[in-house]
Design a protein around this ligand. Sequence first.
Ligand code: FES
Length: 154
Amino acid sequence: MKQEGKDIDTILERYPEEPRYLIALLQDVQAEYNYISEENLKLICEHLGVPMTQAWAVATFYKSFSLEPRGEHEIKVCLGTACHLKGSQRLVENLSRELGIQPEETTPDLKFTLDTVNCLGACALSPVAVIDDEYHSRVTSRELKRTIQKLAAE
Ligand code: FES
């Protein structure tokens, strides 16, 4: 993850100063910094001539945008019905304890973000968790803990 504001000018320069590039610019800034800071949102609005309220509405509407810093590693635990029945709530509780954060939070060192989702489309393999886009099926707290310890040591 890059330092805040480091390359924002380079990203802004890729787009003409027209409001229709709002989503594309938000996507690029999200990809670069892993979130969209208030300061960067303001710079995007100034560049495109878009009101802050409009940019805020778009950034909060799409789940792919985050206005809070995200962790380097994203952990998603499924709490859909099939996974819930297989004890996924317990997985979340154990992860929360292990990481010292609640669901939807990021560790202070910006290493991990813990999220919960409603279904990952792999119900037959429940309980399911996804860490950095890698599926962990019929996963146990022990396996998740091992994976996190490995990532934390990198
Ligand atoms: S309920 Fe968890 S993958 Fe569908």
